[in-house]
Design a protein around this ligand. Structure first.
Ligand code: NAP
Length: 255
């Protein structure tokens, strides 16, 4: 029996990158994992395959985020996926992980760019939570994936950084609002993690530069983040809510 046996988890963007690792870890802990994806069905199927090969339970489902009606569509697809899997309705753990970046200096950011990054990174999680609250059981968990950029100023991603600031504020406000139901809400903030969102990490010089900002002199791996999410999702974290958990390998701690 895993610590999450009998629980159901939904990981947005659970198909690739950090989300895949979170899906794998929660499934390893015993949860039935609903692996959400937006566009890449192959990656989502691979994630489900990896979970099943390890003896876990998962299904994939699709919903485009950042478009009108996205949250309603996501939950309809989730409900259908659960029913198709033969599982009962509702869930215990919601991980808002799906996100996009916007690596441009402020002068180059268009109104469309700005609206898009806020639609996917802020508006979508807000309404996914809102529309999911009737399904999320009392005592449940909401984990929002934030970023080190709300603690560390990084040039040329100001609009993206703002979206993660909004997520941290949402975490704080909702933790108080949902406390009476025993639901915890926390942000987990990765630093530089080796995923497709960071293609520049393939350049050894860039990689070495990002590694050097960590106290451990390496860039993060998705599993480094997934293990922190697993803690926040577990019963062990029942007394932790409204918090920002820095999972950056001690990035920019000081001189
Ligand atoms: P990634 O490898 O690019 O994966 C992004 C995931 O989000 C994919 O599963 C993708 O699914 C989904 N997604 C993106 N846009 C979507 C949309 N419009 N609709 C539906 N799904 C969408 O990125 P990652 O590095 O794992 O990032 C995961 C989270 O960590 C993000 O919130 C990111 O901001 C945060 N983060 C990452 C780092 C880092 O260094 N990697 C650092 C700090 C914070 P599809 O491909 O199917 O669309």
């Amino acid at each position: 029996m895993g610590t999450l046996t009998g629980r159901t988890a939904l990981v947005t963007g659970g198909s690739r990158g950090i989300g895949r690792s979170i899906s794998l870890r929660l499934a390893r802990d015993g949860a039935l994992v609903a692996v959400h994806y937006g566009h890449d069905a192959t990656a989502a199927k691979e994630t489900v395959g990896l979970i099943e090969a390890a003896g876990g339970k998962a299904f994939a489902f699709q919903a485009e985020l950042g478009v009108s009606g996205d949250a309603v569509a996501l939950w309809e697809a989730f409900d259908a996926g659960l029913a198709g899997y033969g599982a009962g309705p509702g869930l215990d753990i919601l991980v808002n992980n799906a996100g996009v970046t916007l690596p441009k200096p402020i002068a180059a950011v268009t109104e469309e760019d700005y609206d898009r990054v806020f639609a996917v990174n802020v508006k979508a999680p807000f309404f996914v939570i809102q529309q999911g609250l009737g399904r999320l059981r009392d005592g449940g968990r909401i984990v929002n994936i934030s970023s080190a950029v709300t603690r560390i100023a990084i040039p040329h991603i100001s609009a993206y950084s703002m979206t993660k600031g909004a997520i941290d504020t949402l975490t704080l406000a909702l933790a108080k609002e949902l406390g009476p139901r025993g639901i915890t809400v926390n942000s987990v903030a990765p630093g530089f993690v080796d995923t497709e969102i960071n293609p520049t990490l393939k350049d050894p010089k860039v990689r070495a530069m990002y590694a050097a900002v960590s106290a451990f002199n390496r860039v993060g791996e998705p599993a480094d983040i997934a293990d922190v999410v697993a803690f926040v999702a577990s019963d062990d974290a029942r007394w932790v809510t409204g918090q920002y958990l820095d999972a950056t390998g001690g990035a920019h701690l000081g001189l």
